[in-house]
Design a protein around this ligand. Structure first.
Ligand code: XUL
Ligand code: CO
Length: 450
């Protein structure tokens, strides 16, 4: 009998001797040093309260299938909420993660008024605060659910109804106070209903002005209460609304710049959201990095065959390698970022043990990605390829573009009499298929030796 509420022993590192995946890490060895930092320091894994302790594994056609050790034990919602704090922290300990994330409405039931709801919330926050002290597990970020309750049917900070806008601001105020109390390293805003169903009834400009004003109020209030958590917006193009304003990294950065908010926010990027926007996860991370806006990562993956947000646990090594390549190039996930598993087991993986198994797969997949990407960096694989590809800008006419001395006239003087054959000779094959296969080789060989 193990000593936690899940009756699961601390998940050990077992290495790669067995090919059968079970309740043991093959690659994630927390204190192993890779590229100058431990795996624990690079990866900073977090557990998402909403998926792990709230979700019942429903789908649009079927009821929940999840079997959890707290099921049926508590008749009062607040008692259940308080008990879940103990289950949650036992889960973090057994899994060996250092961080967790939650929405305000994940952790405590609503009352009839915001005052009553806040009182419920404070009781649970007391319990969380005590557990954080006892275990050393930290809050990667918290957030506010401004999309679940029916009052947010037409949005929160973009609702056309001022009463709802005001309520959202009031809810955010308390949520920021909780972030301060629990020492949140970041604070996330995901605009779950901040968008529109139909443009004919929508004043797009007015809605965006309103949400920008709300963000400014949050920035001001954080300053007032001395909250230094990194604020982050989490892009997602659609679902639940047909169009959401924080469509993707590029759109979100442009929004922040338009409203002068760019110095106060970074981005929390999610794999499945990237796919819904028609991008790879790597693309979103690269765009954010180049704008100095990489904040944190919601680690999950989509499915090629399903066109909505299914929040699968990461298992695609090609993708985890690409993500960790970007993270290594950046030197960190973000100033205070981590890998939060915004992911749920499939509806058919319904046991409590599956919740552990799914996290183990996610953690191992990212640890594997880290090992492969570190080797690629060490051997300069991509760096060499890219610097060679752009080398014609290092001297001659190319250098005049980069040092700002080129003009259309100077480009014309250079190009006017160059024959077509010489221009074709100036281009080079990418050998792209070989590049992709080389990355495969790095994955196979590095993990084969791990
Ligand atoms: C929804 C989603 C959210 C945010 C936090 O798709 O990703 O869970 O991460 O609200
Ligand atoms: Co997310």
């Amino acid at each position: 009998m193990s000593e936690n509420l899940w009756n699961i022993d601390k998940i050990p590192f077992v290495g790669t001797s067995s090919l059968r995946q079970g309740l043991g890490f093959r690659y994630y060895d927390a204190e192993r040093v890779v590229a100058g930092k431990t795996m624990r320091e690079w990866l900073r894994f977090g557990v998402a309260y909403w998926h792990s302790f709230q979700a019942e594994l429903v789908d649009p056609f079927g009821e929940g299938t999840a079997q959890r050790p707290f099921d049926g034990k508590y008749s009062k919602p607040l008692d259940l909420a308080l008990a879940k704090v103990d289950y949650a922290f036992d889960f973090y300990k057994a899994l060996g993660v250092d961080y967790f994330c939650f929405h305000d409405r994940d952790i405590a039931p609503e009352g009839d008024t915001l005052r009553e709801t806040n009182a419920n919330l404070d009781k649970v926050v007391d319990a969380i605060e005590a557990k954080q002290k006892e275990t050393g597990v930290k809050l990667l970020w918290n957030t506010s659910s401004l999309f679940t309750n029916r009052r947010f049917v037409s949005g929160a900070a973009t609702s056309p109804f001022a009463e709802i806008y005001s309520y959202a601001g009031a809810q955010l105020k308390h949520s920021l106070e909780i972030a301060k109390r629990l020492g949140a390293e970041n604070y996330v805003f995901w605009g779950g209903r901040e968008g529109y169903e139909n443009l004919w009834n929508t004043d797009l400009k007015r809605e965006q002005d309103h949400i920008a004003a709300m963000f400014q109020m949050c920035v001001d209030y954080a300053k007032e209460i001395g909250l230094d958590a990194q604020f982050m917006l989490e892009p997602k193009p659609k679902e639940p609304t047909s169009h959401q304003y924080d469509f993707d990294a590029a759109t979100t950065i442009a929004f922040l710049q338009t409203y002068g908010l760019q110095d106060h926010f970074k981005l929390n990027l999610e794999g499945n959201h990237a796919n819904l926007a028609g991008h790879t996860y790597q693309h979103e991370i690269r765009v954010a990095r180049e704008a100095g806006m990489l904040g944190s990562l919601d680690a999950n993956q989509g499915d090629k065959l399903i066109g909505w947000d299914i929040d699968e646990f990461p298992s695609d090594l090609y993708e985890t390698t690409a993500v960790m390549w970007e993270v290594l190039a950046e030197g960190q996930i973000g100033p205070h970022g981590g890998l939060n598993f915004d992911a749920k087991p499939r509806r058919t993986s319904f046991t409590a043990e599956d919740l552990f198994r799914a996290h183990v797969v996610g953690m191992d997949s990212y640890a594997a990605g880290l090992l492969v990407a570190a080797r690629m960096h060490e051997e300069g694989l991509i760096e060499d390829l890219v610097s060679e590809r752009y080398s014609s800008f290092d001297s001659g006419i190319g250098a005049t573009v980069e040092d700002g001395t080129a003009s259309l006239a100077s480009l014309e003087a250079h190009s006017l009499d160059i024959p077509q054959a010489d221009l074709v000779a100036a281009t080079k094959s990418d050998h792209l298929e070989s590049v992709k296969a080389t990355i495969n080789n790095y994955i196979v060989d590095t993990l084969g030796r791990a």
